[in-house]
Design a protein around this ligand. Sequence first.
Ligand SMILES: NC(=O)c1ccc[n+]([C@@H]2O[C@H](COP(=O)([O-])OP(=O)(O)OC[C@H]3O[C@@H](n4cnc5c(N)ncnc54)[C@H](O)[C@@H]3O)[C@@H](O)[C@H]2O)c1
Length: 337
Amino acid sequence: MSESRVRVALIGAGSMANTYHYPALASFPDVELVAICDLIEEKARATAQRLSIPAERVYTDYKQMLADVEPRAVYVLMPPQHLYEPALYVLKQGCHLFVEKPPGLTTTQTRMLAYTAGEHNCLTMTGFQRRFIPAVTALRRRVEERGPIHFAEVTFYKSTANLSAPAGFYDGAIDPLTSDGIHAVDNLRWLCGGDVVDVYADVRRRYVSGPIPNAFFALVTFSTGAVGTVHYNAVTGRRIFRAEFHGQNVTASVDADRDSLFVSDSGEPEILPSAEFGRAVLRPGEELRPYHWLGFWHENRHFIDCVKTGRQPSSHFADAVKSMELVEQILRAYRET
Ligand SMILES: NC(=O)c1ccc[n+]([C@@H]2O[C@H](COP(=O)([O-])OP(=O)(O)OC[C@H]3O[C@@H](n4cnc5c(N)ncnc54)[C@H](O)[C@@H]3O)[C@@H](O)[C@H]2O)c1
């Protein structure tokens, strides 16, 4: 075993893990996937087989796994209502930690995880992969060549199959903005930079029953002077995630699932399929996959590079606390009628 390979252990063998994170990690030559744990043994076994993790390194008890394999970094990928306990435990063992979004059910949980990471000198990362979409990072660079972003709009639209059920994720354990719309909120913060100065928000429950809202709008001003809007709405025609950002006489707009647009000085817009930006990281003969253009490959690469060099990832927990706080501020606008 070469010392230059980062020893990573995996907790959770679910959908996000198998579709995006573990395949990306497995493609990195400097990562060794040393063990996997899932409460459901068959899921852990099936994933282990795909990732060539030896059968004796498959666990259903993550504490046992950590004691046996002493990894340098751990992925904990599971729904937010099950996340806190294993995440806290991993940090207390001094391991670097990657989790999906949201980093906690509440801001308090996220603050506590950030604090514990600090106490144990752990590097942490929340999977805000939309910061790493290669079309966004490439076009953001081009916009900022002319000066800072002064206005950004991030929209995340979805439709709801069952309008007779209450909104909310995981049977209502968490509201849609904290669980899912936080992607858009975090993206706005990241594009505009600095700290939040002021928030105007409008939050409503549209068409669904129950106590949980599903339509969120906010206008946010930042200490950089940038102004942004964020719109998460679960009762629109279809799923669209779009980040649009404007600099000095220049505009970029990225829908990672479809096209990206770049235009400056009233010129002809350049329109490119967003997926094409993912090609830059392919190895010879490697097939272009969604995780290459949706930001998952790049966020996992960033986490591993940070572990290797000892620097905090871009979306470390103390930074993720700020996205949770902005979500909380927006949610305060909700009044059940
Ligand atoms: N980044 C994105 O765009 C995006 C999209 C969808 C979901 N997510 C997030 O990804 C996370 C995971 O979602 P998912 O759909 O992959 O979940 P999932 O339900 O498919 O998988 C979770 C797995 O964790 C296992 N598990 C639960 N508690 C455990 C424990 N204590 N020990 C070991 N294993 C345990 C379960 O058995 C299950 O196999 C969620 O936080 C969700 O918000 C992110």
